[in-house]
Design a protein around this ligand. Sequence first.
Ligand SMILES: Cc1ncc(COP(=O)(O)O)c(C=O)c1O
Length: 380
Amino acid sequence: MKFNTKTIHGGQQNVDPAYGSVMPPIYQTTTFSQTTPGGHKGFEYARSGNPTRAALERAFACLENGTYGLAFGSGLAAIDAVMKLLKPGDEVVSTSDLYGGTYRLFTKIFQGFGIKFHFVGMENADAIEKYINDKTKLIWVETPTNPMMNIIDIKKVASITKKHKVLLAVDNTFATPYLQQPLEMGADIVMHSATKYLGGHSDVVMGALIVNTKDLADRLYFIQNASGAICGPQDSFLVLRGLKTLHIRMQRHCENAEVVAEYLASHPKIEKVYWPGFQDHPNHKIAKAQMKDFGGMISFVTKGNNYAEAIKIVENLKIFTLAESLGGVESLAGHPASMTHASIPKAERERIGVVDSLIRLSVGIEDIEDLIEDLKQAIG
Ligand SMILES: Cc1ncc(COP(=O)(O)O)c(C=O)c1O
């Protein structure tokens, strides 16, 4: 199957042997009856497995061209599971410009358990190698990064992780498998905040992991079951429904974002627009090579870098809703310094570019004329 067919049918054969329902039934149950101890039809207890979740997990695996999918109660729960593969004394090299909640999980939880993190700008992948030693077990990559839209060369990082026999995990939330498939480029683990584009309708919080090897899948499944951060059947159903339109939503997100990026870049009050589709974006060539298009996310800073002015712009927006999150059909705007990235210390966030006037847009799939009009009136 090609990608667009996979979004609709991937992993969904024989979902309902009972009545042939086209959508998978929502198995709203805690447990499954047994005829004799161990005599069940593949499901025992809903933390360990649920048929609706299993249908979604197969869809995740199929879309990322992976073999095994695992669904979690949030993106952070999925990252938490990956980190539990590690032991005290292990080291991780992570993208420096990454989602604030991931940074908080690494530094405020796992650092306390004796895991050491190196936060490294990975726009030049060669920079990673000097942080790798015999304690390094994992490289954590987010690309495009949140919110600076940096692009990391996944193939190049994979060649380094293969050489040193360490795991490579890629947070593919911003790109989605529509734009890039990290397992195909040599990653070992793909992670998603399925809350975003995969769900696509801002009505679910969910996470996903996709891997190719049985050993890794078994270890992650053990953690998923033992730690218990699973998602429920209703949410699994909603994300399965969302996935079916991923390809057409992403196509429109990308088209609209291109027009918005160009509009902002030509605006006299805007200092800089961060969008990997621009030819002068530092890693534009890599984005072009590893992504099908440039995605729906854009960040920009205003001239003079004034905090109050940035707040006024996001307050003035009418169609763009001022809110955390991204990747839904509706356009959202955020102010990372005071919202999504407030958990990163000011000096650290400014070092990576999250200055006071930075505004992040999740460009939705509304009519583009309305989005441009809204930005025009809000920026003034
Ligand atoms: C890139 C990225 N990774 C991970 C997460 C965390 O996911 P969740 O909010 O579903 O826990 C987010 C949330 O915004 C994100 O943007």
